[in-house]
Ligand binder design. Sequence first.
Ligand code: PLP
Length: 373
Amino acid sequence: MKYIPFNRSDIHGTELEYLKQAIDNGHISGDGIYTKKCNSLLEVELGINKALLTTSCTHALEMAAILLGIRPGDEVIVPSFTFVSTVNAFVLRGAKPVFIDIRPDTLNMNENQLEGLITEKTKAIVPVHYAGVGCEMNIIMNIANKYDIPVIEDNAHGLFGKYENRYLGTFGTFATQSFHETKNFSCGEGGALLINDEKYIERAEIIREKGTNRTQYFRGKIDKYSWVDIGSSYLPSEILAAFLYAQLEQRELIQANRKKIWENYYEQLNAWANENNIRFPIIPEYCEQPYHMFYLLMPTLEKRNLFIQHLKKNGIMAVFHYLPLHLSEMGKKFGGKVGDCPVAENISDRLVRLPFYNDLNIKDLNFNYFYDF
Ligand SMILES: Cc1ncc(COP(=O)(O)O)c(C=O)c1O
């Protein structure tokens, strides 16, 4: 029996060489050569104004909340089916989360419910591109523009995914990326803030540098730097940036590998899934997914839990995903109750993610363990 973890970090080629180079450069704090290389690779590839590497997606979301001036009493519309950081970043600024349910097909924010949740207090809308499959951005952006509410795309899963031929992360005022170990491209812990509205660039650089104008000082624009705004330490070290840059450089290879893994799961499990009332991810034809995740929707919670145990017994580590945030201890403090987001509640019980990492050798997976469930 071969042990297949749910996730594993890996090296693609030049990571160690670049790490050594960063150290040899004698500069391993932030905003050195490799940080700039990562920022500019993202800017050029995605065709955006500004990308700033951060210490995590969580921190990029916190920066976005500060940049938008989120304050106590504000409301932010977020899906209930997401990672806690999507919401926490705004709650930290005093906002009240207004939870929106998800669509049963893509598991993304249900755009049909969006307009009904907007009030005078709504200060941000945060779509999450679940599994890197695009939310209905045309509709979401139309509604956001109609009410003049900024959109922050939580694109933790979706780097290089597309919606109607346009990169995810390029629609909202901001987008946030994750380079956590579980993502397609990683440096262990890391993230990026993508800034599509250039009026926020200068302040973003200040907030990321502990509230100082140090970035302008390094550019030679001022002769000393000082405290000019609120901020924190959102700047990753060059060690992380060097590792990440090696992975971003290999993006085509990494994505091609992941595509193969995804398609293999699809082919091997399709007939079995159909026979057993198990649903696959649904990718609308106008969305290009970045092959971040392969999940199954089992018929019931009981079956899902038995299935996870069954695979585990056979050395395959499959895992569930988000618990609906409106029903969490914190969510209930904001008034969340059973039945508020019925699709999220139902999906969360039935979803299971299969092992998925860049160097997963699908031949190591014995699909008989799936078929005999
Ligand atoms: C949708 C979503 N947003 C944000 C995050 C947080 O990312 P990070 O670990 O880089 O802070 C995650 C984590 O996986 C996530 O799934």
